[in-house]
Design a binder for this molecule. Structure first.
Ligand SMILES: [Zn+2]
Ligand SMILES: [Zn+2]
Length: 168
């Protein structure tokens, strides 16, 4: 197949798959320590345990899920400390707080590149994707409004391909 043909078949939607790696988690933890120092705060054993689990864990974790994971390595950590640490991580700009179609917030590591989310309304799966056209359109809308974009959020809801295939 000629190259141009292959390119034209390419879908502009790219799903983002990021696997947690320990080395990466350590780098994020070091960054957390740096930002805490900038704010005149100290890292504590409990904060570190929570932050490490957060950085290592799968994405879009809820506070309750994080609490359950942290409990496995440090049973002394309380729920309030989980919340405070999540707030601190947010202040340090190391996490994004997401409010998908539900009451509880979900958290993910604030790394680049920017991505959007598809949320399956049946199984709850969250699929991350990037779409340049979508981003371009949003910038264009802002331009036409004479506005400047500071942040953007796109959430798509529906049935994922697995759920679509299998009847309930
Ligand atoms: Zn699904
Ligand atoms: Zn995400």
């Amino acid at each position: 197949m000629p190259r141009w043909a292959a390119t034209s078949e390419e879908t502009p939607v790219r799903t983002v798959v990021k696997r947690p790696s320990e080395a990466k988690a350590e780098r994020w933890l070091a960054l957390f320590h740096e930002r805490l120092r900038e704010r005149g705060l100290k890292s504590t054993g409990q904060r570190d345990d929570i932050a490490r689990v957060f950085f290592e864990t799968r994405r879009h974790i809820s506070a309750e899920e994080l609490y359950a994971e942290v409990k496995k390595i440090n049973p002394h950590v309380g729920y309030a400390t989980i919340y405070r640490t999540l707030r601190l991580l947010k202040e340090c700009e190391l996490l994004h707080e997401r409010h998908f179609d539900e009451t509880q917030a979900r958290y993910e590591v604030a790394d680049e590149p920017h991505h959007d989310h598809f949320i399956c309304e049946r199984c709850g799966k969250i699929i991350e994707f990037e779409n340049r056209d979508l981003e371009r359109t949003q910038r264009q809308v802002a331009r036409e409004l004479g506005a400047t974009l500071s942040r953007r959020r796109v959430e798509l809801y529906g049935l994922c391909s697995d759920c679509k295939r299998s009847p309930q």
